[in-house]
Write a protein that binds this ligand. Structure first.
Ligand SMILES: NC(=O)C1=CN([C@@H]2O[C@H](COP(=O)(O)OP(=O)(O)OC[C@H]3O[C@@H](n4cnc5c(N)ncnc54)[C@H](OP(=O)(O)O)[C@@H]3O)[C@@H](O)[C@H]2O)C=CC1
Ligand SMILES: Cc1cn([C@H]2C[C@H](O)[C@@H](COP(=O)(O)OP(=O)(O)O[C@H]3O[C@@H](C)C(=O)[C@@H](O)[C@H]3O)O2)c(=O)[nH]c1=O
Ligand SMILES: [Mg+2]
Length: 282
């Protein structure tokens, strides 16, 4: 199957580029601030499916750059979905736990009420609504806490800070599933193939690594596996003020993804080991 990918340099896009039959479009070939151009690329593609792995992911910066976040995360994916629907091509798109308001401790199910706390989450939710309304074959995969050997992510931030600090204070009341970018890429490919066969599988799905942990627990595991001696102290979110508010409960119920596509939650601790091995080889 030939797959057209929006995004080339991001965490998930980098992992998608390793699959056979994919064509990756970087910012130079497809700028998401120009939704019409993205639409045109899908109208003329020879691919059998489209995956969007590009997004405005700077959560705090989005608070003061709402317009760009909305164009990239809502308008461009909406235009892509319409173009894919017009040609009956499966369209797979990645969304986020940040569409939820984050109350309680129950894992969120795909049809639970959304309530984004910030601009990034609101812009991603706008994309979800546009894609759903386009009426084509689509899969929206909400994931969380993505990490890989590339790009900006919490694991690489911890390795950088841990290299010259022996103690860090990390938020311990936000709970979620860290997710290896490699597993998200594989899930997207699997969904694109399944949607080609069966349009009835269209819908919104959840996918995150297991077990659910706090950011502080995630940091401890990073330092343990990297053999870095850094003392991690738990702090509440209130002690780490940021421009954008984050959900406290980011747990995702991924059971529908397993039933529809046979995709299981990956253990993020082995994904972390693979990322550390990759960084050590580099
Ligand atoms: N990171 C995370 O923790 C999470 C991410 N997600 C979602 O997963 C998906 C993939 O995220 P991830 O791989 O982490 O993203 P990254 O932040 O690693 O990469 C973002 C990608 O989007 C591209 N991009 C941004 N703006 C534009 C633009 N205007 N035109 C073209 N390309 C653009 C970037 O290109 P360039 O290098 O040129 O800037 C880059 O390739 C996104 O939809 C994101 O919302 C969901 C949950 C958690
Ligand atoms: C660096 C640092 C962060 N933190 C906290 C802040 C925050 O609550 C948490 C994670 O920080 P980050 O900046 O990596 O978080 P953030 O960029 O908000 O990560 C999010 O990105 C978007 C794109 C998503 O879709 C989400 O699923 C999620 O992965 O760790 C500390 O408590 N201490 C620290 O020293
Ligand atoms: Mg970040």
């Amino acid at each position: 199957m030939k797959v057209l990918i929006f995004g080339k340099t991001g965490q998930v896009a980098t992992e998608l580029a390793h699959f056979d039959g994919v064509t990756s479009l970087g910012r130079e070939e497809a700028d998401l601030t120009d939704p019409g151009a993205c639409e045109a690329l899908i109208a003329e593609t020879e691919a059998d499916a489209v995956i969007n792995a590009a997004a405005y992911t700077a959560v705090d910066k989005a608070e003061e750059d709402r317009e760009t976040a909305m164009i990239v995360n809502a308008m461009a994916p909406t235009a892509m979905a319409a173009a894919a629907a017009a040609r009956d091509l499966p369209f797979v798109h990645i969304s986020t736990d940040y569409v939820f308001e984050g109350g309680g401790t129950t894992p969120w199910r795909p049809d639970d009420t959304t309530g984004p706390l910030g601009v990034y989450g609101a812009s991603k939710l706008g994309g979800e609504h546009g894609i759903t309304a386009a009426g084509g074959r689509y899969g929206i995969l909400r994931t969380s806490w993505v990490f890989s050997a590339h790009g900006n992510n919490f694991a690489r931030t911890m390795l950088r800070l841990g290299a010259d600090r022996d103690a860090l204070t990390i938020v311990a009341d936000q709970i979620g599933g860290p997710t290896p970018a490699r597993d998200i890429a594989a899930a997207c490919m699997r969904m694109a193939t399944a949607l080609k066969e069966d349009a009835e599988k269209s819908g919104t799905y959840h996918f995150s690594g297991t077990p659910d942990v706090s950011w502080a627990d995630f940091a401890r595991e990073i330092f343990a596996q990297a053999s870095l001696s850094v003392a991690v102290t738990d702090i509440p979110t209130s002690a780490y003020p940021t421009p954008a508010q984050r959900p406290l409960n980011s747990r995702l119920d991924c059971s529908a993804t397993t039933s529809a596509f046979g995709i299981e939650r990956p253990d993020w601790r082995s994904g972390l080991a693979a990322v550390l091995a990759e960084l050590n080889r580099a």
